[in-house]
Design a protein around this ligand. Structure first.
Ligand SMILES: [Cu+2]
Length: 104
């Protein structure tokens, strides 16, 4: 419960922080897939993932630069990309789930 309140507060804070930016790109996790599989975002964008699946998933950088905890249904994770590049990530619980963020 406390964790959920923290997450909601975090999301609200991030939403406020991002409201000055043009882009708040989002990825949905559903049916064991990241949607879209390839997301393009501008430098400095904060990408938010939402787990719409009944199963828990993580958002974990291939190079382990960042990772979420196991996200339950409805929980979110956000990461800000500060440099251009092609960033692959996967779900640590289901490593066949892979996707890419292209930052430019
Ligand atoms: Cu998963």
């Amino acid at each position: 419960m406390i964790r959920r309140i923290f997450m909601l507060t975090l999301v609200a804070t991030l939403a406020l922080a991002a409201s000055g930016n043009a882009a708040t790109p989002r990825v949905q996790i559903e049916a064991f897939h990241f949607v879209p599989a390839t997301l393009t975002a501008p430098v400095g964008a904060t990408v938010t993932w939402t787990n719409a699946d009944e199963e828990a998933h993580t958002v974990t950088a291939t190079d382990r630069a960042y990772t979420s905890t196991g996200l339950e249904h409805g929980e979110t994770f956000a990461h800000r990309f500060t440099a251009p590049g092609t960033y692959t990530y996967f779900c640590a619980l289901h490593p066949h789930m892979t996707a890419t963020v292209v930052v430019k």
